[in-house]
Design a protein around this ligand. Structure first.
Ligand code: ADP
Length: 283
């Protein structure tokens, strides 16, 4: 089976600075893949290359079976893109934004109108279609971006930090939409620096730091690789983390200590693994 997305030894260099460094991974059709990493890790640059907005300096990328450098138009026809910067036009109405995108993709009427109605209904913006986009809330704008990205019926959806800056309720609503689209068969790649987002949404997680993929797997695989049991030990004003294969072994370690002051045991989570891998907390 051909992968929906494939990167092989991809590098991106800006002014002698390597911002994506030898990145290789695949996303299978129907998969929800999360790229997690701190600011500056190279996530947006990766999405920009995958969506043909910038070319890799070196390496090969295929999206929906098309080489993004040699066949960018075919690749673009098969992908929907929701970028971090809200790219909808505030001075146009909701409907006009959809109409413009539909025309750019050469979708003819009556299909264009039918698809606009369908996707605006889906993201619950049908009743706002005459309103100027600048009057919408942040969450509504993001839902419009998603509706617009889906209009030309792509197979793969790329979402760059889809819930950044949104309130918890609005994030949950977007998560529902993202999960529902994935359930309908959409392949998705999302970037985020929120641990809970990848834990909740993603089948597999790639952790990026300093332009490199430093870990890759399902949450269960990552936990079993690094350890499911954690002993936290307070040293001065910092916590030291000790990983154990499981909770009973972490508890056994604690039991063996004569002085248990400032120590506690708990199951490990993705954030612990991230800190262990990078030596850093996320923002
Ligand atoms: P992330 O999305 O993980 O926060 P980015 O891909 O945005 O990371 O950025 C990775 C690095 O590449 C950063 O150091 C950033 O300053 C640099 N960078 C991104 N775009 C450009 C550009 N157009 N020109 C020069 N440097 C860039």
């Amino acid at each position: 089976m051909t992968a929906a997305v494939s990167l092989q030894n991809v590098h991106k260099v800006y002014n002698n600075l390597t911002v994506v460094n030898d990145l290789s991974f695949e996303i299978q059709a129907g998969e929800m893949f999360g790229l997690l990493g701190p600011n500056g890790a190279g996530k947006s640059t990766t999405i920009r290359m995958l969506t043909t907005l910038t070319k890799p300096t070196q390496g090969q990328i295929e999206v929906a079976g098309f080489d993004i450098v040699r066949q960018p138009l075919q690749a673009k026809q098969n992908i929907g893109v929701v970028l971090q910067q809200t790219s909808v036009d505030g001075d146009l109405s909701v409907w006009e934004n959809m109409e413009l995108h539909g025309r750019l993709h050469h979708i003819r009427n009556p299909q264009r109108q039918q698809l606009i109605n369908q996707w605006l209904e889906y993201v619950e913006l049908a009743d706002r279609q005459g309103d100027l986009v600048k009057t919408l809330s942040g969450g509504m704008k993001r839902r419009l971006q998603i509706a617009r990205a889906l209009l030309h019926q792509p197979q793969i959806l790329f979402l760059d930090e889809p819930t950044v800056g949104l309130d918890p309720q609005t994030r949950r609503r977007l998560w529902e939409i993202i999960l529902d689209l994935n359930k309908q068969g959409m392949t998705m790649l999302l970037t985020t620096h929120y641990m809970d987002e990848v834990e909740y949404l993603c089948d597999r997680i790639g952790i990026m730091d300093g332009g490199k993929l430093i870990s890759l797997g399902t949450l269960a695989q990552l936990k079993s690789q690094y350890g499911e049991g954690l002993v936290m030990k307070q040293v001065g004003d910092r916590w030291k983390y000790l990983f154990f294969p499981d909770l009973p072994q972490a508890n056994a370690y604690l039991d063996r200590q004569s002085d248990k002051t400032g120590m506690m045991v708990r199951p490990s989570n993705l954030e612990d693994i991230f800190v262990e891998l990078t030596g850093r907390q996320l923002d």
